[in-house]
Design a protein. Structure first.
Lengths: 608, 158
């Protein structure tokens, strides 16, 4: 679809595709516009951010001049994006990637620190294309002067390094010197390349074009396919599961093993709304479910790296846990607003950092400890330091579980006694007791058992409302929350437990619409307006399958899959009327939900 | 010449010089990474290049310290001002002569006259190493003034 697009229009969020190299990521629109790129890492200031302000923030666009129709795909089992443009005079393919290579390949030859490679290939006829290159570093606050260095390309200084665009297409600086543009006609069979590199160290590496660039494309395809082959999943919905695994890999910061929630900031949960957050950090609440997804797909190396990051990052705040950290474990992430930006489709404010880092979310203790238990259950070893750390976290749970907290959804209306948080505190102590009983750690087991049982009593007496016949969002409450769907996922109850089946049913009745599940329907301290939550919708599938309704769960799962964009990517939320993606994009946790739901369906289907 | 003093203060001076340049890089004054530049002469492994390059840089620092010591000996005195003066000359030599010779000496560096090739892909420094950042000359001069000043202040001729 798509027939040209003016430069000041915002494409739908789901029109974007993600490319990356395990250190940083970029979003490319269906019209060939690279509208979001942060270098050198996910949470660095942007180089291009037309996503957040089409006028101020710059883009790197390659597209046919005039009217075109485009279709796109990832090359099978890779993160190499291919957009095919059809015009009246011919057809051309644009392949976008951040080249990746094995460690051995990187040792054998110099490679740029970071590169976006764009390959154009004429497929039929002749197509005139245009290139627009307007780097606007630091969220559009800088307008760098481009210098032409002849055969070395166009260079400019950006915060922390230099940016160079090297191409075998004719590019000229714009009259103001702050950008470049060019046009060329590509005939069938012809290949041209554009290579954009970032160098923090000098001398920087100038990438080669022509056959060498083609080699980098093919090497990257081989690398991604090799990675995809490492996955062991071969059940139903394999394509969607593999795409989710590949997307998760793109959001993994390879040097530390951290998984960011999303590669973007401030894509709105409601168009024009204020629920715009910076998700380029790592949330501990994702720990256990992400670890399970990675392990169960066969990516033990990534799972162990992720757990290692969790244990390392949380040492800074131990024995307390913070809600989120950056990719290296920095705990101080103050929130600020970029008032000079109009935001995606006028969705203000645009935020950097995230004040949720200062909130109390007791559920994260259960998430982290369950992640370790999951690792041990798969043969992992707990060293003495980790054992001590776990014991300290358990002490914190015993001390604090009676306190109110902000809860999993990071509400800004204050602290309450969230049932989900209490359940995850129960999970924390239950897993620690199991680890103690199997000789992995040493704790005051009598006290831990007593506290665990006290939590369960509180949940069962105050967190379940007999009138509603459901667990409730808050202790002594009378409203629902989709996070309650996770109770069987953590083993608090079997999915077939009468209270769990009833809760699942109530959540469907009160929070779901066409199989898409909202988080809650209560005031959270912000103006109302958000879509259905992707992860909650996948939890609902799992909960239903575990409750015995595999056919219903399968139907709901397939309806959800239809809400992915044409590449199989999901955002944080889904607009129920249109199925459009909302919020930061793509969202790691939603893809974790998809993977776990598919695995659960496969398991429940096999057991039937 | 006092070999022990050259060894000690040549090493200290080189470490400080490297640290000043690394600090300049962190502050965004320059991108120039001398250990990386030197190390890539012998390996294309980015991480190993920095380690090997640091070793090469220390050896260079000792060799230059010997030249500084010879100058102090001929003047029959050493102080921070004289050391800094030699450091200034040293820096100007590095920026004008050494940097212009580098593409011819470095087996992996492209030259201004020839585009990147499969074996030569590293960005050349250009005049006064300005390709590595507009404030690179300031960082290089500052680092060498400190290197020379340290040698002049602490080197003790026998």
């Amino acid at each position: 679809m798509s027939v040209t697009q003016s430069s000041d229009a915002y494409p739908p969020i789901g029109d974007y595709a993600l490319i990356g190299d395990g250190r940083s990521a970029a979003l490319v629109s269906r019209a060939g516009s690279l509208d979001w790129l942060c270098w050198p890492r996910f949470d660095s200031p942007s180089i291009f951010a037309a996503l957040l302000d089409t006028e101020r923030c710059g883009r790197f666009q390659v597209r046919p001049t005039g009217t075109f129709r485009s279709e796109r795909r990832y090359l099978p089992d890779t993160n190499v994006l291919e957009t095919v443009f059809h015009t009246s005079s011919g057809t051309i393919a644009l392949r976008d990637l951040m080249p990746v290579a094995s460690e051995a390949d990187k040792r054998a030859a110099l490679t740029p620190e970071h590169e976006v490679l764009r390959e154009l290939e004429g497929l039929a006829g002749r197509v005139e294309i245009e290139v627009v290159y307007t780097p606007r570093p630091d969220y559009g606050r800088r307008h760098p002067d481009l210098t032409s260095r002849g055969a070395f390309g166009l260079w400019c200084e950006v915060p922390g390094g230099a940016l160079a665009l090297h191409s075998d297409l004719p590019l000229r600086r714009t009259p103001d010197g702050h950008g470049a543009s060019g046009a060329a006609t590509i005939a069938a069979g012809e290949r041209k390349h554009l290579s954009l590199v970032y160098s923090a160290d000098a001398p920087g590496v100038i990438p080669l074009l022509g056959d060498a660039a083609r080699d980098r494309v093919e090497r990257s395809i081989r690398w991604w396919r090799g990675w995809a082959r490492r996955g062991t999943y071969d059940g139903p919905y394999r394509d969607a599961v593999v795409r989710s695994g590949l997307t998760l890999k793109l959001m993994t910061y390879a040097p530390s093993g951290a998984v960011v929630a999303a590669p973007t900031t401030s894509l709105p949960e409601e168009i024009g709304g204020v629920r715009n957050w910076d998700y380029r950090y790592c949330w501990l609440r994702d720990a256990s479910l992400t670890l399970r997804a990675l392990f169960d797909l066969g990516y033990a190396e990534e799972a162990e790296a992720y757990l290692s990051w969790i244990l390392h990052a949380t040492r800074l705040t131990w024995p307390e846990l913070q809600v989120l950290y950056d990719v290296f474990g920095e705990a101080h992430l103050p929130e600020s607003e970029l008032s000079h930006l109009s935001g995606y489709a006028n969705s203000r404010p645009v935020r950097l950092g995230n004040d949720a880092h200062g909130q109390l979310q007791l559920d994260v203790y259960g998430e982290v400890i369950d992640a370790v238990a999951c690792f041990v259950a798969r043969g992992g070893h707990v060293d003495r330091d980790t054992a001590r750390m776990l014991s300290g976290l358990g002490e914190t749970v015993c001390r604090r579980w009676r306190e109110p907290d902000e809860g999993i959804w990071e509400g800004r209306a204050g602290r309450f006694h969230h049932t989900h948080s209490k359940v995850l505190c129960w999970v924390a102590l239950d897993r620690l007791i199991t680890l103690h009983d199997t000789g992995r750690i040493r704790i005051d087991s009598d006290r831990f058992r007593s506290e665990r049982d006290a939590i369960r009593t509180a949940i069962e007496t105050r967190g379940y409302n007999p009138r509603l016949d459901s667990y409730t969002r808050l202790l002594d409450g009378d409203d629902l929350d989709a996070s309650l769907l996770t109770l069987p996922l953590y083993g608090y109850h079997e999915g077939t437990h009468p209270r769990m089946r009833a809760t699942c049913q109530r959540v469907h009745e009160c929070l779901a619409r066409d199989g898409l599940v909202y988080r809650y329907q209560t005031d959270d301290g912000l103006p109302p307006g958000e879509g259905a939550f992707g992860i909650c919708s996948f939890w609902a599938v799992e909960c239903r399958a575990k409750g015995g309704d595999v056919a219903g769960a399968t139907e709901a799962f397939e309806r959800l899959l239809a809400c992915a964009n044409d590449l199989g990517l999901f955002g944080e939320e889904i607009e129920p009327e249109t199925g459009a993606a909302l919020g930061n994009f793509p969202q790691a946790f939603t893809h974790v939900g998809l993977i776990n739901a598919a695995l659960t369906l496969a398991k429940c289907g096999a057991e039937r | 010449m006092n070999k022990g003093s050259i060894t000690l203060w040549g090493f200290v001076g080189t470490v400080v010089l490297t640290s000043v340049l690394a600090g300049s890089q962190a502050l965004g004054l320059t991108r120039m990474n001398i250990p990386f530049m030197l190390g890539t002469m012998v390996t294309s492994d980015r991480d190993r290049a920095k380690v090997i390059g640091f070793g090469m840089h220390v050896i260079n620092g000792w060799l230059f310290a010997t030249i500084y010591a010879a100058a102090f000996r001929s003047w029959r005195r050493a102080n921070w001002l004289l050391g800094a003066l030699i450091g200034l000359v040293h820096a100007l030599f590095v920026l004008t002569v050494a940097m212009s010779l580098l593409p011819g000496l470095h087996p992996r560096m492209a030259s201004e006259r020839q585009g990147p090739t499969p074996t030569r892909q590293l960005e050349p420094p250009g005049f006064l190493a300005l390709n590595y950042g507009k404030r690179t000359p300031i960082s290089v001069v500052l680092a060498h003034l400190i290197y020379g000043g340290l040698l002049g202040a602490f080197y003790r001729p026998r």
